[in-house]
Design a protein around this ligand. Sequence first.
Ligand code: GDD
Ligand code: MN
Length: 377
Amino acid sequence: MKEILRPVIENPQETAGLPVLSVVVPTFNERDNVITLFEKLQATLKGVAWEVVYVDDNSPDGTWELVRELARRDGRVRCIRRIARRGLSGACIEGILASCAPYAAVMDADLQHDEMQLPKMLSLLQSGAAELVVGSRFIAGGSADSLNKQRANASAFATKMAKRVLGVEIADPMSGFFMIRRDRFEQLAPRLSTRGFKILLDIVATAHGKLKTVEIPYTFGSRLHGESKLDSVVVLDFLGLVLAKLTNDTVSLRFLMFAVVGCTGLFVHLGALFVALRLFNPPFVEIQALGALIAMTSNFVLNNFLTYRDQRLKGFAILRGLVAFYLVCSVGLFANIGVAFSVYDQEPIWWLAGTAGALMGAVWNYAVSGLFVWRKR
Ligand code: GDD
Ligand code: MN
């Protein structure tokens, strides 16, 4: 690499002003917080060559506009505006990868994370004492008293589960506040999930203990302005992440959710049959078809809200997507029956053939709807 670059970079001294630390801040509707955070960074990071990369998912409150304005006035500020995408983890990954600083920190925009810890985190990385430094609420000197009781319990439960199930050893794997060496992050990045909130847990679990980690305590503060974006779907994302990491990424988060939604479809279908038979007593074939249609529709709606939450179809695209989904599932049914038949032919065990068929149908539906229904734009 150096050989290639030598004729291009004539004077290495000119690169001296490049940032050493890149602070990546995911934002969604944080208009009232971004400037205060910038001021705080400026005060804390005196003497460090730093930059801040705000990664905004096209916030309706125009956070990105404000950040752009700030970036026009100060070269240390950068703004990535992502269109038609949502997600904290994905935003952090993109922010880190968009920079070239040898060290990257991730912190929230709402000032709940203590920016005063950044210099200490940086020196731990620079001295080689650590490759990853985690701001921890759950070691001596740290605290999370600002969380309400419900959040605190949920957080404690998730932490315990992640530690037990994934063998993660740090005290606060759910922290959203950390600093990491870029080269180590680049190695792990292709295996990280862009879904959900838990990027640190993902990093630690994916590294399988091969990342020299140090935790330092900090006090999790209260949100300055605006409100938390953590909701119940985030919990679902979390469970999916744990499962995916358990299976060593063979089963993806999205596929799991797709399969779970598929299972709910069965209940919807049976429910529809039950109601229709009770009410009208029509010919069975007709209501079986109607049941399937209702189940496919509910699967589509659930997938659009949960499985493909980050790529949710809106407006007219919903109708087009629904028709495409019907088509995909109809072909999937043939795949299902075909596989079940050929398994049954070899080995006449009904549940084995049935499961193989259903699994084939699910894999087909998943793969093809990823291509034609919720296609990446
Ligand atoms: N780009 C982008 N896209 N940013 C997002 C999104 C999104 O979809 N969702 C949330 N953010 C940003 C918020 O704007 C904020 O800057 C940060 O991510 C954290 O979101 P909050 O909504 O404030 O989360 P929280 O306070 O409930 O939880 C945070 O703190 C916990 C404890 O450290 C998160 O960092 C958790 O991951 C962490 O466990
Ligand atoms: Mn917050």
